[in-house]
Design a protein around this ligand. Sequence first.
Ligand code: UT7
Length: 331
Amino acid sequence: MYPKLPNAVICATGSYLPQKVLTNKDLEKMVDTTSEWIETRTGILERRLADDDMASAEMGYRASLKAIEDAPGVKAEDIDLIIAATVTPDYQFPSTACLIQGKLGAKKAACFDLGAACPGFIYALTCGAQFIKTQEYKLILVVATDTLSRITDWQDRNTCVLFGDGASACLLKACREERGIISCLLGADGSGENLLKVPGGGSRLPASETTVKEGLHYVKMSGNEVFKFAVRIMEKTARDILKKNGLQVSDVDWFIPHQANIRIIESVAKRLKISMQKVILNVQKYGNVSAVSIPIALDEMNRSGRFKKGDLILLDAFGSGLTWASCLIKW
Ligand code: UT7
C-alpha cells in the first residue's frame, strides 16, 4: 500500500481592487450605450479601473500581501512557488510571477505565469494542488491578476462595457484532513480560437503601425457565440465534476461561477437547478475581471466568514481558447 497523499488546502486569501470606479453612466458619455442596456444585458453596474501607473504585477503583489497577512506566521520567504494566472502580463517576459516574487522578496520561490484566460485561476489552483499533493512544495502562492482596461477598445461598445481590473491571491498548503481541493476538471477546444482573442502583438501579428491603426491589440469577441458556449459548457463541466466524485447538485453549498454576465450565470443555475441563494455574485460591482473574478468571490466569502468548515464549494469557468474548468473545494 502506498501512503495516502495529502490534500492541498487554501489557507489564506487576499484581493486588491483599484479605487477608481467606472459606472454605467460614465460609459454613456464614452460610447453609444445606455446604463439600462448594460444593466439588463449583463448585470454589471460598475467596474474598477487601474490607475495609469498600475499594472498586473503591482496589483498581484498587493493582493498577495493581503493573502500573506491572512496566514498567521507565514512570511514571503517561506513561499516555494508562485503561479500567476494572467492574460495581461506587464511584459512578454519576464513573467508577472517573477515580478511579484521580486516585489514580495519571496527569494525561495520558483515562478511562472499561466495563460488560460478566464478559467486561469482554476487552472493555476489545479496546478498548484498537484505540487502540494506530490509534496514537491509546501507553500504555494496562486495569484490571478488582470488589467483588462489595457486591452479594451474604449470605442467599441460591444466589449468596453464588460471588463474591469483587479487581482486576487491565495496560499496553498498540505493538509491530512479530508478537505481542501478535492477535485479539478480542465478542458479546452482550440477550434474556437477566433471567438475571443487579442489578434495583434504576439508572434503571429507583431505590433506594428498597422496593428495599432486597426486596433488589433484590443479584445475581439463574438459575444453571442461565446454566450451560448458558456451556458452549455458551464453546465456540462459542473455536472461532470460532480459525477466524477459521486456527488449531486444538491450536495453543493456554494456555487462560484465565472462572472461574465448575470444572464449566463442565471441560465447555468437554472439548468443545474441550483438556487440563486447558493450562487456567489460580484459581476455587478466589478464586471468581468477574467481569471480574477472567482478568487475575489472566494476571498470576500472567506473574509466575511460565510464559508463554514466542511462546506462544499463548486467553482466553474469558461473563457478564451476556448477553455473551461471546474473545481470542488471542501472548506
Ligand atoms: O469571460 C468571457 C468573456 N466574454 C463573455 O463572457 C461575453 C459573453 N457574451 C455576452 O455577455 C453577451 O453576448 C454580450 C453582453 C456581449 C452581448 O449581449 P447580447 O444579448 O448577446 O447582444 P448581441 O451581441 O446579440 O447584440 C444585441 C444588440 C446589437 O444591436 P443590433 O445589431 O441588434 O442592432 C448590438 O449592437 O445590442 C447592441 N449592443 C449594444 N447596445 C447598447 C451591443 N453592445 C451594446 C451596448 N449598448 N454596450
